[in-house]
Design a protein around this ligand. Structure first.
Ligand SMILES: [Zn+2]
Length: 298
């Protein structure tokens, strides 16, 4: 496959929409992009993987799927021979954790928010997750950190948002943050209410992120519309927060005007956010219905 084709495919994959297409072009070995100070990201299929590959330490954030997790690990071996110190899962969803078995016995530590093992078990029971999986064994409630070589890696939980077990990972010296699925860059985001998601609290969580990290942090996002990509700056966090706030405002206004649930939620594109990707697997009405349920406690 030539580079142009590969980039087109990669951007589909980045958007997380590739599942039905996954076998059309056979094997790839993914796409590595260095960002700052031995930290970068990897895209192939599923949620964006973040990595640190240095002479004195190695970290992988999220694991996509077994095949792509192997490609990621093999590719990083060209950058560092150091054993894998850490695998961190930003949350439990299958496109971020199905590759975990590849790292079992390989990663020194497997870390996630304390709700993640339970949520992974729940998904496996419902047949949504990978039946044969490897659960994080080191968990935390709010804040966790570890020195890896000359880098300090932080994991922070700011409360329920995309799920009830979201972690934000901060490479302090590199000044890079992986948001997991707290940011779908210019995409209507999937919201997992059965796993404890809250759109209203998600807005507060994004505000906490904007306040917590330096203004010049480089962000890695779980997913992104292809022409916006899976990295960005503080302004992109604000766009995501404004989008969620607009969802809440739309439903609130509809309720005040006495409109029916059907009238309020039958919208294909949110005004002011026309550049967003509204994918079929999780629609704008899906999110508006969740906001409706949050606001009416139904
Ligand atoms: Zn997710």
């Amino acid at each position: 496959m030539d580079r142009r084709q590969f980039l087109i495919h990669s951007s589909f994959l980045t958007a997380g929409l590739a599942t039905p297409l996954k076998n059309l072009w056979g094997r790839t070995t993914g796409n590595f992009t260095p960002l700052r100070r031995n930290v970068g990201y990897f895209t192939e299929r599923g949620g964006t993987i973040g990595w640190l590959a240095a002479d004195d330490g190695m970290v992988i954030i999220d694991s996509q799927f077994p095949e792509t997790a192997k490609n990621c690990l093999n590719g990083l071996r060209n950058r560092s021979d150091h054993p894998l110190d850490l695998l961190i899962n930003t949350h439990h969803h299958g496109d971020h954790t199905s590759g975990n078995p590849v790292f079992k016995g390989v990663a020194e530590k497997m870390v996630a928010h304390e709700n993640v093992p339970m949520l992974m078990a729940q998904s496996a029971e419902e047949g949504e997750g990978n039946q044969e999986s490897a659960y994080p064994t080191t968990t935390f409630a709010e804040r966790w950190q570890m020195d890896v070589g000359d880098e300090t890696v932080h994991a922070h939980h700011f409360g329920p948002a995309h799920t009830s077990g979201d972690a934000v990972i901060y490479f302090e010296k590199a000044n890079v943050v992986h948001t997991g699925d707290l940011v779908f860059n210019r995409m209507n985001p999937y919201t997992d209410r059965p796993a404890g998601a809250s759109i209203q609290n998600w807005i507060k969580v994004l505000q906490s992120i904007e306040e917590e990290y330096p203004a010049d942090v480089q962000y890695i996002f779980g997913h992104g519309k292809s022409d916006f990509g899976v990295t960005g700056g503080k302004q992109d966090i604000t766009v995501m927060r404004n989008y969620l706030a607009a969802l809440v405002e739309h439903v609130q206004q509809g309720l005040e005007q006495g409109k029916s649930r059907e009238e309020i939620t039958s919208v294909e594109v949110l005004t002011g956010f026309e550049e967003f990707l509204y994918a079929d697997f999780w629609t704008l009405p899906d999110n508006l219905n969740l906001v409706y349920e949050e606001l009416t406690q139904s």
